[in-house]
Ligand binder design. Structure first.
Ligand code: NAP
Length: 515
């Protein structure tokens, strides 16, 4: 039997009491390691995190915690090669796709370590200016932000085992809040290894960083009113979490990052081969194939002016045809596997649903797998669909197929295009392509209300832009409506979730004594 990974809880490494769930190589089908959380004393472990980890973190200033993040960063950098090996084996990703997760995690952690320098050398934050509550100025209100006294529970999705941990843990630890992370079972190994390396290096106080791998049973029951919960995953699981008593009755603060049917839009006035046309084609092909389309921010719907539909379909298909798909260990391969057989089945089922209202413009099944057995490997080629009746193809706007799949649709005019983008009912990101700055600006503002991020690619930014699907720690991540209604990152804005805001009403002398 393979190695059983231990959980870190209550200040020690502890094995679950069950046989465990096997984590598999999605290309070779072999068993890698096992995880198990059965029999863990979650209430005691959570209490240790709050009482020991939380108290030790809160005793430090923001700048001291920034130094702590830097030390954690050095640990991750020292073990980077091992993380890539785990990602290849457990996520089936090619090196560039593993880097999106692993180097994305390292970059995000380093960004928060740097941001700490812009915070005061203090243990709480002042929010805005004092407000006078008395005519003679003897009584004022000062708003302060203090770190939450509970813990932060992260329940994460399978597609970002590294970045998904650190994009949440960096702002939490910087805020002074201890972390318990429960990675998605299918890819828990990388999260567990990163936590293990950092905990064993002794760069964080005991209890500050904990990991529970395996079933989620009992985790939410162990939450208390002053804890916070950050969930990333499907809308279906998010609905279960929202209705749990900890959230519904005890007001545990919750942030939800759910699924999203993101759009890319080529504005009117472009000709085939123009800079904006080419930028759209390049970005859509990239978004469909990076991490085999298993990115919550990936482009799922592509809107182009009616007269350009055929030209875009042709250009995109030509690009996708060049994708070499197969075993990520092969030098020739540019796109690796889906994460599991369950994902493969879900993608096939989703594709069948979308095909009922679209036509196939580029068929993923045309891609022969390189160095991989189709009977074993969880791999599909990229598929581009087309829906000439964008208004009538309801499933395309509703269903997120979490794989290398996107649908091209024509629109009549800008108003029609914006209305179609809105059919996503709230998304993480939309990207715009064009060269008319005024039209791009107007469309960006029109879409801002329904999106966490609007990514605008004009010719002067064609090289420097950071990519439709890349989540930069300086920018907001999240989205309204079906995207979950959450907010993460956005530089220091992320710290809000891990602080409580309160007004202290007192005389100027007392306020001065706050420090
Ligand atoms: P999922 O099935 O909803 O699982 C997400 C997490 O929830 C996993 O850790 C899972 O544990 C756990 N979980 C499942 N049932 C639970 C329950 N009843 N109570 C508490 N936790 C529970 O999602 P996924 O398949 O891992 O991820 C794919 C989805 O995530 C896609 O829809 C994608 O769009 C979305 N996503 C969104 C973002 C974003 O930032 N908005 C980022 C990445 C992914 P187990 O693995 O042990 O079941």
């Amino acid at each position: 039997m393979s190695e059983l990974l231990h959980n870190c809880l209550g200040g020690r490494w502890v094995a679950g009491r069950g046989a465990g769930t096997a984590l598999l190589d999605p290309v070779l089908g072999t068993e890698l390691v096992r995880v198990d959380a059965a029999g863990l004393d979650l209430p005691a472990g959570f209490a240790y995190a709050r009482d020991r980890g939380g108290a030790a973190l809160r005793a430090l200033t923001y700048r001291q915690r920034g130094a702590m993040l830097r030390a954690a960063l050095e640990v991750l950098q020292a073990h980077r090669d091992a993380y890539f090996e785990i990602a290849t084996a457990n996520s089936g990703t090619v090196k560039n796709d593993s880097a999106v997760d692993i180097d994305g995690a390292i970059y995000t952690l380093s960004t928060y370590a740097k941001l700490a320098a812009s915070l005061p050398d203090a243990r709480f934050l002042v929010d805005g200016e004092d407000a006078s509550l008395a005519k003679d100025g003897t009584f004022l209100a000062r708003h302060v932000q203090t770190p939450v006294r509970g813990l932060a529970l992260f329940i994460n999705a399978f597609n970002f085992p590294a970045w998904g941990l650190w994009e949440k843990a960096a702002p939490a630890l910087l805020s002074g809040v201890p972390v318990v992370v429960k990675p998605a079972t299918a890819t828990a190994w990388l999260t567990q290894r990163m936590v293990k390396d950092v905990v064993d290096a002794g760069v964080l106080p005991p209890g500050a960083l904990n990991v529970v791998c395996g079933r989620s049973a009992g985790l939410l029951d162990a939450l208390q009113p002053m804890d916070v919960l950050s969930f990333t995953g499907s809308a279906a699981t998010a609905a279960t979490i929202r209705s749990h008593a900890a959230v519904a009755r005890d007001s545990v603060r919750v942030n939800i990052e759910a699924d999203s049917v993101n759009a890319a839009l080529l504005l009117p006035g472009e000709a085939p081969g123009s800079a904006a046309f080419d930028a759209l084609v390049k970005e859509v092909a990239r978004e469909m194939t990076v991490k085999s389309g298993q990115k919550c921010t990936a482009i799922r719907r592509v809107f182009v002016p009616e007269p350009l539909f055929d030209a875009v379909a042709e250009a995109l298909s030509a690009r996708l045809a060049k994708a070499t798909v197969g075993n990520p260990r092969s030098e020739a391969v540019r796109m690796g596997a889906l994460v599991s057989r369950a994902q493969l089945t879900a993608v096939r089922e989703g594709l069948a649903t979308l095909k009922s209202v679209t036509k196939v413009l580029h068929d993923g099944d045309r891609h022969a797998l390189v160095d991989a057995d189709p009977a074993v490997a969880c791999i599909v080629g990229p598929t581009l669909l087309g829906a000439c009746d964008a208004d009538g193809a309801a499933q395309v706007h509703d269903l997120e197929v979490f794989g290398p799949v996107a649908t091209l649709m024509p629109y009549r005019d800008t108003a029609h295009a914006l209305q179609l983008v809105g059919r996503g009912q709230g998304s993480l990101v939309a990207s715009l392509y064009g060269c008319d700055h005024a039209a791009l600006g107007a469309a960006a503002l029109a879409l801002a209300e329904g999106h966490g991020r609007v990514h605008v690619v004009s010719p002067e930014a064609a090289v420097s832009h950071t990519g439709h699907g890349n989540v930069m720690p300086q920018s907001l991540h999240g989205g309204p409506g079906r995207a979950g209604g959450g907010e993460e990152l956005g530089g220091l804005r992320a710290l809000n979730f891990y602080h409580r805001r309160a007004a202290v009403q007192a005389s100027p002398a007392v306020l001065a004594a706050l420090g």
